[in-house]
Design a protein around this ligand. Structure first.
Ligand SMILES: *Cc1c(COP(=O)(O)O)cnc(C)c1O
Length: 429
């Protein structure tokens, strides 16, 4: 099966080429020519998540990785649980932070690293992964690619705009992982990366690839845990809504793909902070990209969500069809903080700003529907301890795997938020 570019100028390519390239030459995002459906009886019958994920992956890899290897890749990707926790009646938290860097991005990063490693080793080529991060992507990618032969990773992150733990996770790994501290915003970082991919003089000099959720191998495996969540629900008859704390909308789009493959979903809920480009679009029909505003849910501080074009593509650009599949709600920092406190006070459940926004949006939606709802808890609360502790006026225990990073020495190269600075770094390493 081929992957075409959403800009429809560049030719369609194999899964391998889509993964190795990341972004299409015409700046479009790769999109599968068709989305297959899962075998009947697979969903809702207590099959293991590894079994379901393998069938999901097969639909997208379409034979380009042999089945045995793909099975291994899936098992290594989901080497940790993705449990749902019953927070209150009909409300569940899908905890996606049980992986090595304590955020959902571990799933996509681990799958991508293993696919890319497979393709690179067969051709004996060398690839440089270029990735912009608002926090969690960088650490998940760094961890996923650490020590992977033939692949160097260069991470760009906005100075002073990621949490202490996040920065430590990005900058203390070393080996084949380098961190660039950019004196600008996440949008600057993302723009610089995009310019690099479209600079022929650079792409002729090196094989550049992307680990942002524009890469199909990072974004597609995120559909695995929507199935996992559904399998864990006791009541399979009551309709299910998923509330997804969103920034670049890779996670939510992966859910829409899961739904196309056969997962029964009543509604997707786009839960954002004040960077509410999509909730606004759903209301007005006007997509208004703008500079991002810093918030306490900083992994969602995105002013021009990159996966929006995939949502458009899924719906052939039809606004009414998009509005039928998803709703959107946005929250200020004050509301978010109050949400973290409210969840703790009323249910005893410890959340963090991103998950709390997911919860708030879910509850808002549930006023209009008699469904059960799952909100994605996208990171461990300790990753946002600086925010959560003052809200709850209580310490948040740091898991051992995070504690480890705090004692290590930061190594990062400070650069200006300009493409030329990035290019010169890449060419002169
Ligand atoms: C990346 C991230 C998000 C946003 O995910 P998208 O796929 O970019 O919408 C939400 N929460 C956390 C904790 C994240 O790291």
């Amino acid at each position: 099966m081929k992957y075409y570019s959403t800009n429809k100028i560049s030719p369609a390519v194999s899964f391998e080429d889509a993964v190795v390239r990341g972004l299409a030459p015409d700046k479009g995002l790769y999109f599968p020519e068709k989305i297959g459906t899962l075998p009947k009886g697979l969903i809702g019958h207590n099959n293991s998540i590894h079994e379901i994920a393998f069938e999901v992956a097969k639909l997208f890899v379409d034979g380009e990785i042999d089945n045995q290897r793909l099975q291994t890749i899936v098992e290594e990707t989901l080497a940790f649980p993705t449990p749902i926790v019953n927070v209150e009646k009909d409300v569940f938290s899908l905890e996606l932070w049980h992986g090595p860097t304590c955020a959902f991005k571990d799933v996509g990063a681990r799958f991508l690293a293993r696919c890319l490693s497979y393709f690179v080793q067969r051709k004996e080529r060398k690839v440089t992964i270029l990735v912009a991060t608002s926090g969690d992507t960088g650490s998940a990618v760094a961890n996923g690619f650490l020590g992977v032969e033939g692949i160097d990773v260069v991470i760009l992150y906005p100075k002073g705009k990621v949490s202490k733990i996040q920065e430590q996770q990005l900058t203390t790994i070393g080996h084949n992982i380098a961190a660039l501290e950019v004196e600008g915003t996440f949008d600057d970082c993302q723009k610089m990366v995009k310019l690099a991919f479209n600079d022929e003089s650079l792409t002729n000099a090196m094989n550049l690839s992307s680990a942002n959720s524009i890469n199909v191998a990072r974004f597609l495996p995120q559909s695995f845990y929507y199935f996992s969540a559904y399998e864990q629900l006791e009541d399979k008859n009551k309709p299910v809504a998923f509330s997804v704390p969103s920034g670049n909308f890779g996670n939510l789009t992966a859910g829409m793909f899961a739904s196309r493959m056969g997962l029964p979903v009543e509604k997707f809920i786009a839960a954002t902070n004040v960077n509410d480009v999509i909730p606004e679009y759903l209301k007005t029909g006007v997509y208004r990209a703008r500079p991002s505003i810093p918030t306490i849910s900083n992994a969602m501080d995105i002013g021009d969500p990159s996966n929006f074009v995939r949502i458009l593509e899924l719906h052939k650009g039809n606004l009414a069809s998009i509005q039928n599949e998803m709703v959107g709600y946005a929250y200020t920092d004050e509301e978010t903080a109050a949400g973290v406190k409210y969840i703790m006070d009323t249910t005893g459940y410890l959340s963090e700003p991103h998950g709390a926004i997911g919860y708030l949006a879910l509850k808002e939606y549930m006023k209009t529907s008699n469904c059960q709802g799952i909100f994605l808890e996208t990171a461990h609360p300790a990753k946002f301890g600086e925010v959560v502790e003052p809200i709850l006026n209580a310490p948040v225990a740091i898991p051992e795997r995070l504690q480890d990073y705090l004692s290590r020495k930061k190594e990062a190269v400070l650069i200006a938020p300009e493409y030329e600075a990035l290019k010169s770094y890449l060419l002169n390493r």
